[in-house]
Design a protein around this ligand. Structure first.
Ligand SMILES: Nc1ncnc2c1ncn2[C@@H]1O[C@H](COP(=O)(O)OP(=O)(O)OP(=O)(O)O)[C@@H](O)[C@H]1O
Ligand SMILES: [Mg+2]
Length: 218
């Protein structure tokens, strides 16, 4: 069974007269690395919001069809529950980071799940190590570079142990070297930990070789 299934998905934002997504259909198998690309305004970010249930649960609007992630029909579960299955990374990590240290930031999600202290500690250690930022644990996210911040955002999601990562242009504001470093982390997570990855990315020359498949919403 696919881990992501999008069936006849059409969506119109509240107040809009024109649909942003019209009859989108695709499925993703567990462990796949999918590249999502296409011209500005074609609906990539909108599709990402559908994949973690922000649309329609937080946005409203006219939603038709079905999105099923890790067995959950998104319209039937709250966003916080879907977030334990689908981690969503945005363009600007600084908007997502709010704790005083990297370690606190990564612990935040598991703490909110009220997990035992020992489990939280283990998840923080593992997530920092998977992303290669254990040495940054005591730093304040504010004093990090954009690429380091994006890695903190990814580690914070990994601590929730999602099976699926959706990344909406995670390298858009990074210099080429930092972008490559973040992309390498994604590749490693996919290859070594089997995290199903859906990446929206414009820098096709950097990512085309990483992806198993490429899709263009239209
Ligand atoms: N919150 C919103 N409310 C109303 N319309 C929106 C909203 N967000 C996006 N749209 C509209 O939906 C369409 C698709 O936007 P979206 O941001 O999904 O495109 P995109 O493919 O991610 O573009 P880009 O490559 O520039 O990031 C656009 O016409 C946009 O104006
Ligand atoms: Mg976008």
């Amino acid at each position: 069974m696919p881990i992501v299934e999008v069936r006849s998905l059409s969506y119109t934002y509240p107040g809009s007269t024109k649909p942003t997504l019209t009859n989108v259909n695709f499925s993703v198998e567990e462990g796949e690395f999918i590249l999502l690309t296409g011209p500005s305004g074609c609906g990539k970010t909108t599709l990402c919001r559908c994949l973690n249930g922000l649309i329609p649960n937080s946005y409203g609007g006219e939603f038709n069809g079905q999105v099923i992630v890790d067995g959950l029909v998104t319209t039937e579960h709250p966003v916080y529950e879907i977030a334990q299955h689908v981690g969503l990374v945005f363009q600007n990590p600084e908007n997502e980071l709010f704790c005083t240290s990297v370690e606190r930031e990564v612990a935040f999600g598991p703490e909110n799940l009220a997990l035992p202290r020992e489990e939280i500690r283990k998840r923080v250690e593992e997530s920092l190590a998977m992303v290669g930022i254990s040495h940054l644990r005591d730093k304040s996210p504010e004093e990090l570079s954009g690429g380091e911040q994006q890695k903190v955002a990814i580690a914070a999601l990994l601590a929730m142990k999602p099976k699926i990562l959706v990344l909406d242009e995670p390298t858009a504001n990074l210099d080429p070297a930092s972008a490559q470093s973040v992309l390498n982390v994604l590749l490693k997570l996919n290859e070594e930990s089997g995290v199903t990855t859906i990446l929206v990315e414009h820098r096709l020359e950097m990512v085309a070789h990483m992806a198993h498949r490429c899709a263009i919403p239209q």
